[in-house]
Design a protein around this ligand. Structure first.
Ligand code: KIV
Length: 271
């Protein structure tokens, strides 16, 4: 049974209800107005303005360099486009880990200046006070556990997380904590499918997986990955629904050739 059909605006409450109705939650990233318009119109329930913008929009190797001002800019573009989807924005690295007051101020800036509906933070126990402070101010928070790209230099690689028992136990305990603190949903990135299933069955808030198997309550992908905009990036968990890199390159090559041969513009393409 669909709980989202005909809804004007998806809310955190809608997302919570979807877990219990069994309707899977679809989430995709977007960082600009044009793509966000398409993602929204296609029926995606959640648009994530991910700090993966640092990689796919700005060309950085990691997500660490993106700033709060830059995230707010991307969020503003997406919010203008999203007529139905819930818009969640990543708090970027360095804006919430050091101090709960700073975390709250960062989250408030995102909500006030972009008009987004929720924020996402990476981590569990270590950022407990920051999550608490933001939720106490009435701002919905989405958690993020497993592979947390802002900690890449601590992990040393983008390999699957929580394969051993102690890390798996820690993740389960962090997931329970995130639920207790009042987060409305939890992203789990690149962890074994069995562990993601166990967490999904243990906690009452919706889980959204990326590289975490099929038992989570929803799925998220980076939109550039699922559209096939980068032939060099082929992790197992990405299903490519298009091969846009090839198509765009070939379209641009055709344009260049048409300009050079004076085929473009023709008589119908001029005033
Ligand atoms: O920044 C991002 O795109 C994310 C998703 C991978 C979940 O956090």
């Amino acid at each position: 049974m669909s709980v989202t059909k005909d809804l004007k605006r998806i809310t955190t409450e809608t997302i919570r209800k979807m877990k219990f109705s069994g309707e899977k939650i679809s989430m995709l990233t977007a960082y600009d107005f044009t793509i966000a318009t398409l993602v929204d119109a296609a029926g995606t329930e959640i648009i994530l303005v991910g700090d993966s913008a640092a990689n796919v929009m700005a060309g950085h190797e990691t997500t660490l360099p993106i700033t709060l001002d830059q995230m707010i800019y991307h969020a503003q573009c997406v919010v203008r486009a999203a007529k139905r989807a819930l818009v969640v924005v990543d708090l970027p690295f360095g804006t919430y880990q050091s101090d709960p007051q700073k975390a709250l101020e960062s989250a408030v800036r995102i909500m006030k200046e972009s008009g987004a509906h929720a924020v996402k933070l990476e981590g569990g126990k270590e950022i407990e006070e920051s999550i608490k402070r933001i939720i106490n101010a009435g701002i919905p928070v989405m958690g993020h556990l497993g592979l947390t790209p802002q900690s890449i230099y601590q992990f040393g690689s983008y390999k699957v997380r929580a394969k051993d028992n102690s890390e798996a136990e820690q993740l389960i305990s962090d997931a329970k904590l995130v639920e207790e603190l009042g987060c409305f949903a939890l992203v789990m990135e690149k962890i074994p499918a069995d562990l993601a299933k166990k967490v999904t069955e243990t906690i009452q808030i919706p889980t959204i997986g990326i590289g975490a198997g099929n038992s989570t309550d929803g799925q998220v992908l980076v939109v550039h990955d699922m559209l096939g905009l980068n032939n060099e990036f082929n992790p197992k968990f990405v299903r490519k629904y298009l091969q846009l890199e090839d198509q765009i390159k070939s379209a641009i090559e055709n344009y260049v050739a048409d300009v050079k041969s004076s085929d473009f513009p023709n008589e119908n393409e001029q005033y």
